[in-house]
Design a protein around this ligand. Structure first.
Ligand code: NAD
Length: 222
């Protein structure tokens, strides 16, 4: 069976809640807790226990009745389910405000993300070093991927797109051309990609819209 046909489409909200549970579980482990109940997790996040149980079940771990989950086992299961227990080698294209913020953010490293090189089209940025990564011309992308494969045996699996919308599709095409299997797109445009490339868009404005809508509805209710 091909890997792609084995991938089930799991409920995105459940997957998105797992990192939040993971953070809580790591805090519990630091406090010395060995087990944690579903009810306790549910209370912490204002969820129903049945929802938490369902969310956690997608990792393949189930809690013991009246005891709960073994914290270590659950942390391991979530990290493995999310693929955060393995390194993901990535290239980033577009070293502007957002690209720099991602390169400077250490939090993703803990989730296995290793952005090994950054590319841009602006010659004034070439040779700059951002948190240990040199900014390279975009036309060196294929050669850089090839050198990484030859010298370090590393395959670039993910492309992070942080260029303006008008440049995003050609940049994504280049990333697909070097063989990435995942695109993390921050540009406000839907990209057209081969079906075997997994794709996720980041939409800060959608999150902001939800927040401002809640804020204004609260104003009306008060
Ligand atoms: P920016 O203008 O500061 O940076 C863009 C960078 O891309 C520049 O360095 C530019 O030289 C480079 N670039 C332009 N065309 C290129 C090309 N063809 N090849 C390689 N590099 C190229 O912009 P920013 O504020 O960092 O925003 C970057 C993108 O992220 C934009 O599309 C913006 O709309 C988007 N954005 C998304 C979110 C979100 O929630 N997803 C939030 C903020 C910004």
């Amino acid at each position: 069976m091909k890997a792609s046909s084995r991938v089930r489409n799991l409920p995105t909200p459940s997957v998105q809640r797992l990192p939040v549970y993971l953070r809580f579980l790591k805090e519990a482990r630091n406090r010395g807790d060995d087990v944690v109940s579903c009810t306790r997790i549910a209370e912490e996040f204002g969820q129903r226990s049945v929802q938490v149980r369902k969310d956690l079940a997608i990792t393949g771990v189930s809690g013991r009745p009246k005891v709960g989950y073994r914290v270590d086992e659950l942390i391991e299961a979530i990290e493995s389910f999310l693929g955060w227990d393995v390194k993901t080698t990535a290239f980033l294209v577009g070293v502007g405000n957002l690209g720099r913020a991602i390169l400077n953010y250490e939090g993703f490293v803990a989730h296995g993300l290793d952005v090994v090189a950054a590319f841009d089209a602006n010659p004034t940025l070439f040779g700059q070093e951002i948190n240990g990564r040199l900014v390279r011309p975009l036309d060196q992308i294929a050669a850089t991927a090839e050198r990484l494969r030859r010298e370090e045996g590393r395959i670039v699996e993910m492309g992070i797109v942080t260029v303006p919308a008008r440049a995003a599709q050609p940049v994504a095409d280049k990333l697909v051309g070097i063989g990435v299997r995942a695109i993390w797109n921050y540009a406000p445009i839907r990209l057209d990609l081969p079906s075997d490339v997994v794709y996720e868009e980041v939409k800060l404005s959608a999150s902001f819209a939800v927040l401002t809508n809640r804020l204004r509805r609260r104003d009306v209710a008060e």
